[in-house]
Design a protein around this ligand. Sequence first.
Ligand SMILES: C[S@@+](CC[C@H](N)C(=O)[O-])C[C@H]1O[C@@H](n2cnc3c(N)ncnc32)[C@H](O)[C@@H]1O
Length: 240
Amino acid sequence: MDWTVELDTASGREQAEERLTVTWADGRREDMRLHEYGRVYAVPGLYEEVVQTRLECLSPSTMVAALLDQLGKAGEDPASLRALDMGAGNGVVGEELRRRGVSGTLVGTDLVPEAKDAAERDRARLYAEFLVGDLLDLPIGDIVARHGLNCLVGAGALGPGHIPAASFDAAWSTFPAGSWLAVTAHEDVLDPSAGDVGRYVAELREGKHGTEVLHAEPFRHRLRMSGDPITYVALVARRR
Ligand SMILES: C[S@@+](CC[C@H](N)C(=O)[O-])C[C@H]1O[C@@H](n2cnc3c(N)ncnc32)[C@H](O)[C@@H]1O
C-alpha cells in the first residue's frame, strides 16, 4: 500500500458530503468525497480500508445473513442461488455471498466503469459478467434468462444519488417466480413520503409487484466519519 488515508471527522456532514484525503508515498495528496465512487475504486484497497475497516460497514454481511436466514426457513440451499448484484461496486457483496456458500453464478452491475475495473482487478472471476450502466438501459431480462438468475441483491445502492425506483423495478420485474430479493437502504430513503424508492418499497410491503416481503429489520449500516451511527434497513422478499 503506497498511500495513507485521513478521514474528515467534522460532524454534521451529510453522507454524500463526507470527505477523505489520500496521501501518496511521494507526498501527493488527493482530496475526494467518499461518494465519488469512481475515484475511490481507482485506488486499490481504499474502499475496503475506509468503508469496511474504519467505518465498520455491516451492510453486505447483514444483508446476506438475512437473505440466507429466509432461504433456510424456506428449506432452500445457498448453493441454489444465482444472483445479480446491483450497485456491486468493487465486489464486497459478491465476496460475502461466496463466503457464505452461494456457489452459483454472480453477475455484477454498477453505474461507474471504475467499479467493474476494480472488481476485475481485486476479485478476478468473482462475477461471470459485470455490466456498466443504469439498470433501465441494460439488457437485464436477457442476462437473467441467460444465467438463470433467481436472486437480486443490492447493499447500500438505492436512493438519492444511487439507484432510483424505476431502475430497481426494471431489474426486479425481469426475475421469474420464486426469485429472491435482498437490499439494504437508509431508513430515511425507505420513508414512503421521502421519495420514489420509499414509495416503491412501501408497495412491495403491501404485496404489490408480485412480491412478498418476508423480513425488514433496521441495523447499524456503518459509522459516519464523525463516529455517529447510520441506520439502514435490511429487506428480504420473494417473487410469488
Ligand atoms: C455504497 S456503494 C455500495 C457498493 C457495494 N454494494 C458494497 O456494499 O460494497 C453504492 C454503489 O452504487 C452504485 N450506483 C449508484 N447509482 C447507481 C445506479 N443508478 N445504477 C447502478 N449502480 C449505481 C455506485 O456507483 C456505488 O458503487
